[in-house]
Design a protein around this ligand. Structure first.
Ligand code: PXP
Length: 250
């Protein structure tokens, strides 16, 4: 592995352990237990999205994660005053700002940074001052990446949802076009000086080509890993994902 391709970090998103818990309204399965298991199994970070409607992760989950984790916590959240106050109270290692629509099933698109630069610059500044590494979740789009750099983000997380959807649907040409877009935009963001992460929808089948991009430093993967854990357990699912990431990187 050359110095241009440092080891790719695997961030494990535990939101959907909370989804399962909340389906019954009780306390099991416990997202903290999943996070600690992932940590013990070699996760490089834990990602949790505190949505405004608290449909999966709740405030108490964030409190527990902050108290118990020894690996970095990446707090995903919308750019609202409420979320900013929570982030400033906890000062997680990283804050990833995502768009949120109440009616969506999952985070459907990237953040509109280019048209909201004023607000985002002001929103990010206190988070940076508090020591958080601020990431913006954006489509692999030049204007959004340039704007992310302009507003002072340290990191962009490129939305891989379109690539993964085409991959899963077997639409090879569209998938390949999205992959080229991700590759070019990872290189573009890296050249600007931004750290590049990728996330959303990644599976054993789709992870390899993205993991191979030398500019990508971190993948954040949740839904597929938690689903696979039902069959194999979380450490085994993570180990298989890690194996595929490392093989693609080699
Ligand atoms: N990265 C970001 C910014 C996300 O919003 C999500 C979904 O919550 C993920 C990564 C993980 O996506 P998935 O659960 O599809 O692996």
């Amino acid at each position: 592995m050359s110095h241009l391709t440092p080891r790719l970090r695997l961030g494990v998103n535990i939101d959907h352990v909370a989804t399962l818990r909340n389906a019954r309204g009780g306390v099991a399965p416990d997202p903290l237990r999943a996070a600690l298991l992932a940590q013990a199994a070699g996760a490089d970070g834990i990602t949790a999205h505190l949505r405004e409607d608290r449909r999966h992760i709740r405030d108490a989950d964030i409190d527990a994660l902050v108290d118990a984790l020894t690996i970095p916590l990446n707090l995903e959240m919308a750019a609202t005053d409420e979320m900013q106050a929570i982030a400033l109270r906890h000062r997680p290692h990283a804050v990833c700002i995502v768009p949120e629509k109440r009616e969506e099933r999952t985070t459907e698109g990237g953040l509109e940074v280019a048209a909201d630069q004023h607000h985002l610059r002001d929103f990010i500044a206190p988070l940076k001052d508090a020591g958080c590494r601020v990431s913006l979740f954006v489509a692999p789009d030049r204007a959004q990446i340039e704007a992310s750099y302009a507003v002072g983000a340290a990191v962009v997380e490129l939305h891989s949802g379109a690539y993964c959807d085409f991959h899963d649907a077997g639409q090879q040409d569209a998938r390949d076009a999205e992959l080229v877009r991700l590759r070019d935009m990872a290189a573009f963001a890296h050249a600007l000086g931004l750290e590049v992460h990728v996330g959303h929808g990644l599976t054993y089948g789709s992870v390899g080509p993205v993991a191979a991009f030398p500019e990508v430093r971190e993948l954040n993967i949740g839904h597929f890993l938690i689903g696979e854990a039902v069959f194999t357990g979380l450490p085994a699912a993570m180990a298989e994902m890690r194996r595929r990431m490392d093989a693609a990187r080699a």
